[in-house]
Design a protein around this ligand. Structure first.
Ligand code: ADP
Length: 351
């Protein structure tokens, strides 16, 4: 299967200040240019976890093959690094077709999306990352393409301008987004399958770490892979990244035989990643609320100003994991640290 990549992807809000965080789910420059592709599972049965998603897509793929038709359009949503791009590539492999990979910010001019659509061969996949960032014009070109395999384009100018319709080959759009709520409803309605990716459980993460360590030529004890699984925020991309940082320390220490949990702890402590995957940014956030505001509620703008960060980054990068852990709550009056969050930082419960 060939992957035809167009444009720059994964330039979400998290790419600004939080770029250097080892526990940020977004793709880093190192991962873009290096080994990420080698670690991706290629077939459904190699794709670890997400049992329900796999079951649904497996049936849809088999039915599409049986009917000799293109797979219905698929929307995958969930936080970065959970395997949306990987799933699109797996689907193409299962269908035996090519996957063209792009992202919404690379489709700014109408001709970008027109060029992609007219060149699609029968039943090929078009993967658009960050699909909530499509321009209005691009979206409107997509509607008839998704529904009737038709592209309506304006040719000529002024009084000679007219609309021409082009027939497209049957194709499948796989859209990915971290913000399903930001998708316009006409666009969302055109996807036949809308699936959420969940954070991974410990067992699955451990399998992902073991699999990736095999590709990197590393040997980890069971406790070592378990330690990485516990500290990677339920996210395969972070698990793989932590494993690379562990590999660095193991090479420098000259202990590149068997990696145990002490070595993992040493490597991850170096990057200030604690036992449950919180890093310095998370702790700064929690400490600000606790030390300056007695645990909240505090408005997002106030937090952003105090931390010198932008509200968008805090909302999309720092808060989701803290919310998922139940360490903070978003209330109408602002953010509040829960008793769980307080106790993780050694603070007494709030009465
Ligand atoms: P997303 O598109 O959701 O940001 P990706 O598909 O790029 O995430 O996945 C990030 C990395 O995590 C991939 O390179 C792959 O190595 C790994 N990964 C993701 N999902 C899985 C999985 N289910 N099994 C094994 N590895 C996975």
């Amino acid at each position: 299967m060939a992957i035809l990549s167009s444009g720059d992807s994964n330039q979400g809000p998290s790419s600004s200040r939080a770029k250097s965080r080892v526990v940020d789910g977004a793709l880093t420059q190192e991962e873009k240019s290096s080994s990420e592709d080698g670690l991706r599972p290629q077939r459904l049965d190699e794709y670890i976890g997400q049992a329900e998603l796999k079951q649904i897509l497996n049936i849809a793929v088999k039915a599409a093959i049986e009917r000799g038709e293109a797979l219905d359009h698929v929307l995958l949503y969930g936080p970065p690094g959970l395997g949306k791009t990987t799933m699109a590539l797996v689907l193409a492999e299962e269908l035996g077709v090519k996957c063209r990979v792009t992202s919404a910010p690379a489709l700014e001019r109408p001709r970008d999306i027109v060029g992609l659509l007219v060149n699609l061969q029968p039943r090929e996949l078009l993967f658009i990352d960050e699909i909530h960032r499509l321009t209005r014009v691009a979206e409107e070109l997509l509607y008839p393409a998704l529904e009737d395999r038709r592209l309506d384009i304006n040719v000529g100018k002024g009084s000679t301008a007219r609309m021409r319709s082009l027939r497209l080959n049957p194709f499948t759009l796989v859209g990915a987004t971290t913000k399903a709520g930001s998708l316009s409803s006409p666009l969302r309605d055109r996807f036949g399958l809308i699936q959420r990716l969940e954070f991974y459980g410990l067992d699955d993460l451990q399998k992902i770490v073991q699999r990736a360590s095999g590709f990197m030529g590393l040997v980890l004890t069971n406790d070592a892979s378990n330690e990485i699984a516990r500290r990677c925020r339920g996210t395969p991309r972070i698990a793989n990244r932590l494993l690379r940082r562990v590999r660095d320390v193991s090479i420098v220490r000259g202990k590149n035989t068997v990696i145990d949990e002490h070595l993992v702890d040493e490597a991850l402590s170096l990057h200030s990643v604690d036992r449950i995957g919180l890093d310095a940014s998370d702790r700064r956030f929690l400490k600000l609320l606790l030390e300056s505001y007695n645990g909240g509620p505090v408005g997002l703008e106030t937090i952003a100003a105090a931390l010198g960060d932008d509200p968008n980054t805090i909302e999309s990068v720092v808060e989701p994991f803290l919310l998922q852990l139940g360490f903070i709550q978003r209330t109408s009056r602002g953010r509040v640290v829960t008793n769980l969050g307080r106790s993780h930082l050694g603070w007494p419960d709030k009465k």
